[in-house]
Design a protein around this ligand. Structure first.
Ligand SMILES: [Cu+2]
Length: 471
């Protein structure tokens, strides 16, 4: 962050102190300096130091690309290149991205801005960039072969257009998309309205992230690019819980969430404790008459959604994809359901042949979260996040909305776990428990048994009292 701020400040300083016009013309004729980061932490919002003012977005586990003004044009420089991305502590992936990270940095502009984007290709194959959702001249749309020749290895292309409508957009290659998007090439784009907009309310905190997915075999680093549906890492901005930062807000903040989906399936994104309005879609702001309160927004492949809400309930609220497989990290999916199967004896026999054989799932999968299992190097536990009351039994597309009354405006630091007011936590009941009884209308008694269970009858196996976690 500091280095990028310094770059901007440095650039402004150079313009003011070097009087010779020839020098600045020479400087501006060159490509904008490449700004890059190797960090996966959420960077503070980039407050604009030129052009129209706006409340900048916070890119979850990401950052915003600085620009320079060149004769009234906002100039950005994206570099497509191989990157190393930490998916979560304990696992790094070899991806392709932009300016040191996957996803690439967020591009943030104002409606009516003329934007010039230099794109340098440092990949081992050609690429292009499509500015997903934008109104622009056809030749700037970025489909290699259709709208432009592909950007060859080592080449730099220039895109230039006016950001005509405000809203939430994405960018991604439109050349060998299957490979390049499976490798993590994508980024976010936000166009703020110029001035007051009848359908876009100002907010206190504006978060954005992309839904993406990878198929990386346990113990390896590079995504499999042929995978169509069976991805094993479900990520937000190429991070999996507990690597995804919480969304930290101040109580009674107006909050906006901008989410784009560049995976191969839809994601019902679910927020606890609050209702939101879908205030924007792919086409821009939603008419007020068409908005309704929701707690889950399904975001289809290739879509962007903008969700607004008032954060008026304090606490640590879960925020996640509601497809329960998407809140899991890498695992083998070909695991039979073993709930209720006593297989310790079998396991003992197998362990003689295969020393590392693991028994899993006898009582459900929750045991997995607490097991200290040996994992291959560079592999995340399947569900691994821990909260103040123990394992959260989640991975993947999961984070938290942390609402605090004493969070300072503009402060995004994690405030730690919520301290519940006395008497507001669900707790174990220790009083008397009545015997189960039938409703009177059903005869007031159990059904009489119809003979003995047959040999093939399914029987309920209940865990022994107190024997829940014998590890
Ligand atoms: Cu999902």
């Amino acid at each position: 962050m500091t280095s990028r701020r310094n770059f901007l400040r440095g650039a402004a300083l150079a313009g003011s102190t070097l009087a010779a016009a020839a020098v600045s013309r020479a400087t501006l004729a060159a490509l904008p300096e490449v700004v890059s980061t190797d960090k996966a932490a959420t960077q503070p919002p980039l407050v604009p130091n030129s052009g129209q003012p706006y409340n900048p977005v916070v890119t979850l586990n990401g950052w915003t690309l600085p620009w320079r003004m060149n004769a009234g044009v906002k100039e950005f420089h994206l570099v497509a290149e191989p990157v190393v991305r930490e998916i979560a502590p304990g696992m790094k992936a070899h991806l392709w991205g932009y300016n040191g990270q996957s996803p690439g940095p967020t591009i943030e502009v104002v409606e009516g801005d003329r934007v010039r984007l230099f794109v340098t290709n440092r990949l081992p194959e050609h690429t292009s960039i499509h500015w997903h959702g934008q109104r622009l001249p056809n030749g700037m749309d970025g489909v290699a072969g259709l709208n432009q020749p592909a950007i060859g290895v080592g080449k730099t292309f220039v895109y230039e257009f006016v950001a005509r409508r405000p809203g939430t957009f994405m960018y991604h290659p439109h050349a060998d998309e299957m490979t390049q998007m499976a490798m993590g090439m994508m980024g976010f784009w936000v166009t703020h309205p110029k001035g007051k907009h009848p359908l876009i309310d100002p907010v206190d905190r504006d978060f954005c992230f992309l839904l993406n997915a990878y198929d990386i075999d346990p113990g390896s680093y590079t995504p499999k690019i042929m995978t169509m549906l069976e991805f094993n890492l479900w990520t937000w901005n190429s991070r999996a819980f507990p690597g995804i930062d919480p969304l930290v807000v101040r109580k009674n903040d107006k909050v906006r969430l901008r989410i784009g989906n560049l995976t191969m399936t839809n994601h019902p994104i679910h927020l606890h404790g609050h209702e939101f309005l879908v205030t924007g879609t792919d086409g821009g702001p939603t008419p007020k008459s068409a908005r309704q309160y929701e707690v889950t927004a399904d975001i289809a492949v290739g879509q962007m959604r903008q969700l607004d809400f008032l954060a008026d309930e304090e606490g640590d609220w879960a925020f996640h994809c509601h497809k329960s497989h998407h809140t899991m990290n890498a695992m083998g999916h070909n695991v039979p359901t073993l709930i209720g199967v006593e297989h310790r004896g079998v396991a003992r026999q197998i362990t003689r042949l295969i020393p590392d054989y693991m028994v899993m799932g006898e009582r459900g999968m929750a045991d997995m979260a607490e097991m200290e299992m040996p994992l291959p190097d560079n592999t995340l536990p399947m569900m691994t996040g821990t909260g103040p009351f123990g394992s959260v039994e989640m991975g993947g597309m999961f984070s938290m909305l942390k609402v605090r009354r004493d969070q300072k405006p503009g402060d995004y630091k994690d405030p730690g776990w919520y301290e519940h007011p006395p008497g507001t936590i669900a707790h174990e009941w220790t009083g008397p428990i009545a015997e189960p009884a039938r409703f009177k209308s059903e005869g007031g008694q159990s059904m009489p048994a119809q003979g003995k269970p047959g040999a093939a009858e399914v029987r309920v196996r209940k865990p022994k009292a107190g024997g829940g976690h014998g590890h």
